[in-house]
Design a protein around this ligand. Sequence first.
Ligand code: CO
Length: 431
Amino acid sequence: MRVQALMDFIDHSPSPYHAVAQAAKLLKEAGFHPLEEHEKWELTAGQGYYVTRNQSSLIAFRLPRHKPERWLLTAAHSDSPTFAVKNDLAEGDKHYLRLAVEGYGGMNSASWQDRPLTVAGRVLVATQTGAESRLVYLDRDLLTIPSLAIHMQRDINKGHEYNPQKDMQPLYGLVGSKSLTDLLAEELGVDKQALLAWDLVLVPRQKPVLLGAEGELFQAPRIDDLGCAWAGLEGLLAAKGQEKAGQLCCIFDNEEVGSGTRQGALGTFLPDVLERIACCLDMDGQERRMALAGSMLLSADNGHAVHPNFGEKSDPANRVYPNGGVVVKYSANQKYTTNALTAGVFQAICQKAGVPVQTFANRADEPGGSTLGNLLGQQVSIPMVDIGMAQLAMHAAVETAGSRDPDYLAQACTAFYESQLTREGDGRYAF
Ligand code: CO
């Protein structure tokens, strides 16, 4: 089953840095060429390339055999709500060692308690000539955030306000043990003094698993949004190249904190890459704008499946379920970029490919979330549609989704990348 490939991808991607490294590995194996942003690019028609920014965002693209007349793009995010490790200076108690953490994104705090956790991310290590960032994952059960016993808070089942500074600091061990810095130095095989700085996050230790009477569901950390990041990538890798359409797969960091970073969807990563491709392929100013106007982008991030115990939380008429197919997300206030034109085109492409589609909209009295498409649209003016997989327990430490949906989403992305989508006028497409 194709869900197994996604579960492996998630398991090997404990941090955004690891997710991007995994994506780069798959791309390299498929013959895509790595590029560096600080070097001059020489691009060849028909070839595939990828480039990373901050090691946590990635854009992969396959050039058409002729001068590009349009771009077909997907975008998803590499980050998930977690806790960032400030340092390992234990404070306070004489008996316990704790790590100091702060929240990253909007997580369900309770779901992070009483489970084995560890750390992953990158460490800047001093070298002979300077410094180098190295990925690190302490692949062991290392930490926990113990809840307070019910005897000491009798009303816990009536609700609790979680204070990240009070409730969510992880227990690392007992006084006298090695420090986190010691463990990291050991793992990296370097001297403790060589560790200059780090970007580390907490990681739930649960392995992705199939659930349900026939394995029809799966549960894993970070399904939002590694499910879509993987599907976009798989879609690109499986797609045949085009004559006149460039195919791009974007994975951005920092969606969970508003995307407003150099490597986020609000940064210049995508416009910079498009500009450089256009330069290499001798596209003039007119041709660049013509290509943008004729393009389309799938903004892929998961949507809320109807909850089995809280059916009333979903709109009565726009209900999505696990294994119901690709979710097309609407929002009148334009938190999602979907409109009749882009949704209609995308759904027609899915129908042709035999991929089921379901429609999501929030209840009229629920504001709902937002995602990266509408922010990306402020940087590159391309028609977009917001899509994703239906999932439960979004932003909990582990999430649940349908095990057939990753395949549906990857198939939809491939069909989109292979489509002969051509703009014939404002409001008219051939495909
Ligand atoms: Co998301």
